[in-house]
Ligand binder design. Sequence first.
Ligand code: ZN
Ligand code: FE
Length: 255
Amino acid sequence: MTIQIEQFNCRSDNFGILLHHVESGLTALIDAPEEAAIMAAIERTGWAPSMILTTHHHTDHVEANPALKRRFGLEIIAPAKEADRIPGVDRTVKEGDVIDFSGEPIRVIETPGHTAGHVSYYLPGPGIVFTADTLFAMGCGRLFECPPTTMYDSLGKLAALPPQTIVYCGHEYTLANARFAATIDPTNEALAERLERVERMRENGQATLPTTIGDELATNPYLRCGDAAIRLNLGMQQASDAEVFAEIRKRKDNF
Ligand code: ZN
Ligand code: FE
């Protein structure tokens, strides 16, 4: 079975994503940030979507739900915990649910933190995860509805996926994340190299996503709260990993 993905820019810094099953032609959207950009991607690929996999209720992820439902009659799948805040939901999902994508399983992983009901969608077959506003390249989502420990636990679930897993995120925040990460983890050579690479990519107008779980384990400070150099830099050698996480997240909010 072959899975293809079309990632494209929406709004100011969101990504739209089309997930396509080649043999069956079945296509899903991951979130629906902007009708015009999504329609352009559908015309470019010829992939008409029959479902939307919603990650969370924020407007920049669900705004095009009603318009796309009118156009395609598609099924809108959304996290049960915030379905009442998402337009046009047909089916709700929770931790451990499996969506059948033309024989390819898509597993629902609850990843609350950014919002209380945020979910990620994981395809164990090809090894792809859609983390939206939970895990970003060298970053994580802002904590709007949950305490830091909730996000810390969610990131732990994603970090435990196989390192070669390909990660698609909700936003192009990579460069700002990398610049902040370098202040938290200044002696990390992999991070310094990645920051340079990302600067070049952005100068050339390239998307910096997808990433992989392995690259994030090496460079994302929120996944490295146990790292001795980070703890030393923060003066938090005795703190718990969750406390280190909370401190890094707080510093980012004020960066
Ligand atoms: Zn969001
Ligand atoms: Fe967002």
